[in-house]
Design a protein around this ligand. Structure first.
Ligand SMILES: C[S@@+](CC[C@H](N)C(=O)[O-])C[C@H]1O[C@@H](n2cnc3c(N)ncnc32)[C@H](O)[C@@H]1O
Length: 241
């Protein structure tokens, strides 16, 4: 098998939620390339991994992926594009050296993850590069577990959306779907409270902060939130039940 990049979901924070497949891939890769949101910050994905896998002897490279709103279908700003291309070139060079590379990413790579931006940029440079995805447990699943609120049952329809985009789609989605999972909510709580109040959905909403982490918090009344919660916060709005 050629040298391979494994894009690995770490789950949302509790190291026990790393899958066996993820742990096995992490153990066998000599190099970890990990994303971090700010140049001087730490990689959350790496901190989760370190609690479950011995990283002594691993080559670890933390790369900065700017946390800027991305509108799919439009070209991201130069800073973001350059960061993605740099990460892609770094990984390709490691693969050319014959090294397997692990790219741990929070939750599941399929859900608002830098993993796919890395993948697309690698494919643009070298479509023959060997890349494999390993699923992780999503933040949504962990928030559901923390609250015992299912996200969809029977004929219910589920939507997962980022709350950061202030356009008509947020209201529309809340009107149409039976359950809406709102991600990236930390900076927009007052706006969400107003919207959910107008739609009569405040009583159906719960916020989970740092699900599965040491300081997990469940907030049933969003109007009691006075300070922005942590970035790792998700709201589940379930109309039925
Ligand atoms: C860039 S997205 C990553 C989503 C991740 N790939 C997944 O599968 O859940 C970041 C958002 O995920 C949610 N999130 C991640 N970890 C979380 C946690 N431990 N508790 C609650 N929400 C979390 C928050 O809404 C946060 O703003």
């Amino acid at each position: 098998m050629p040298s391979t990049l494994y894009i690995i979901g770490t789950g949302p924070g509790d190291p026990e939620l790393l899958t066996v497949k993820a742990i096995n891939a992490l153990k066998k890769c000599p190099v970890f390339v990990t994303p971090k949101g700010s140049p001087n910050g730490n990689s959350t994905a790496l901190s989760i991994v370190k609690q479950a896998v011995d990283t002594r002897g691993k080559e670890i490279m933390e790369l900065h992926f700017p946390m800027i709103k991305i509108h799919i279908g439009t070209m991201p700003i130069t800073e973001v594009r350059e960061a993605w291309q740099h990460a892609a070139r770094t990984v390709l060079s490691l693969l050319e050296q014959g090294k397997d590379v692990a790219f741990p990413t929070l939750g599941d790579p399929a859900v608002y993850s830098t993993g796919y931006y890395l993948y697309e940029n690698i494919m643009e440079i070298d479509p023959a590069a060997c890349v494999k995805f390993i699923s992780g447990i999503t933040a949504m699943s962990s928030c559901s577990a923390a609250t015992a609120i299912p996200v969809c049952l029977g004929d219910e329809m589920l939507a997962i959306i980022p709350a950061t985009f202030r356009d008509h789609r947020l209201r529309q989605t809340l009107e149409i779907f039976d359950t809406v999972v709102l991600m990236k909510v930390h900076k927009v709580i007052p706006h969400l409270c107003t919207l959910l109040g107008e739609l009569g959905l405040l009583g159906k909403s719960v916020l989970v902060e740092r699900a599965g982490m040491d300081n997990e918090r469940v907030i049933n009344d969003l109007t009691t939130i006075t300070e922005p919660p942590h970035y790792f916060s998700t709201i589940i709005v379930r109309k039925k039940g």
